[in-house]
Design a binder for this molecule. Structure first.
Ligand code: ZN
Length: 275
């Protein structure tokens, strides 16, 4: 069933488990994601990021996410990830996303506060939730460049959270997007401090390549939503590569796309939920 994201995340945050939010770029990936969630009987978040819209247009993908969510036997939230422009965020809300993220982390603090507060207000008026980001989540290959100054500051996070009225906060705690060069060491003490001060579900971006133990530790410290994108793409790429070694039918390709998403998502959901 389709639900608002806070319905899923508030419960996860209180009970101390994590919920996977998976970026899905095709119909097959959506089918695989729903199959994984229903097999495990766990809530799931289907999402799409603004940088992915060239390949997977919002107008085609969101109605499909919503339809899949309504048919599902588990709780499903439909989220617009890393919204960068006001126009696209508004479009996502109007299409029916049950939450949107505004990514103003690269902007000066006061600009991030002002824009996030405005988007949170609009999202709430339409019955949707708002995720925001504070601190610098690095990009692939940048982990050695991450310094303490880029991490989310707990006191600033509280100020930000109160002034913006965002529902969930994405944090920078040693995590990076894409592939990690070496297994990352998350700043779990920092997660605990931010959670203690903000008291809202926290979001971990860059969830591809973190060890099971690190995931569990981060969740126990206050992470409720974990974004996973690259792990699905990596699995898809390697399976497609193998398939392409011989002549194949379209139905086989379709099956590979669905299976790659399903198996990757199942594996992550099991770790996040402690099952
Ligand atoms: Zn992200």
């Amino acid at each position: 069933m389709l639900v608002r994201m806070h319905e899923i995340l508030d419960e996860a945050y209180e009970r101390g488990y994590g919920v996977g939010a998976f970026n899905l770029l095709s119909m097959e990936a959506v089918k695989g994601a729903l199959r994984a969630a229903e097999a495990l009987q766990l809530p799931i978040i289907l999402q799409l990021a603004e940088v992915q819209l060239n390949d997977s247009p919002l107008e085609l993908m969101i109605p499909m996410f919503l339809d899949a969510a309504r048919r599902a036997s588990v709780k499903v939230a439909v989220h617009y990830d890393h919204g960068l422009t006001f126009g696209n965020i508004l479009k996502a809300i109007k299409l029916g996303c049950t939450s949107v993220m505004f990514d103003g982390a690269s902007e000066p603090f006061e600009d991030n506060v002002r824009k996030t507060a405005e988007i949170a207000k609009i999202a709430h008026a339409f019955g949707a939730d708002c995720e925001a980001e504070l601190g610098t989540v690095g990009s692939e290959g940048q982990e050695s460049l991450l310094s303490a100054g880029m991490f989310t500051d707990p006191a600033q996070a509280l100020d930000f959270s109160e002034r913006t009225e965002c529902d969930f906060l994405a944090v920078a705690v040693g995590n990076v997007h894409g592939n990690y060069a070496a297994e990352p060491a998350l700043q779990t003490d920092l997660i605990e401090q931010i959670s203690g001060s903000v008291k809202k579900p926290l979001v971990l971006h860059g969830g591809s390549g973190i060890s099971d133990a690190e995931f569990r530790k981060a969740i126990s410290c206050g992470i409720a939503k974990i974004n996973v994108c690259t792990a699905i793409l990596n699995e898809t790429n390697s399976r497609v590569k193998k398939l392409a070694e011989k002549k194949f039918k379209y139905s086989e390709l379709s099956n590979v796309l669905e299976e790659a998403a399903c198996s990757t998502i199942k594996r992550h959901m099991s770790v996040f939920s402690n099952r």
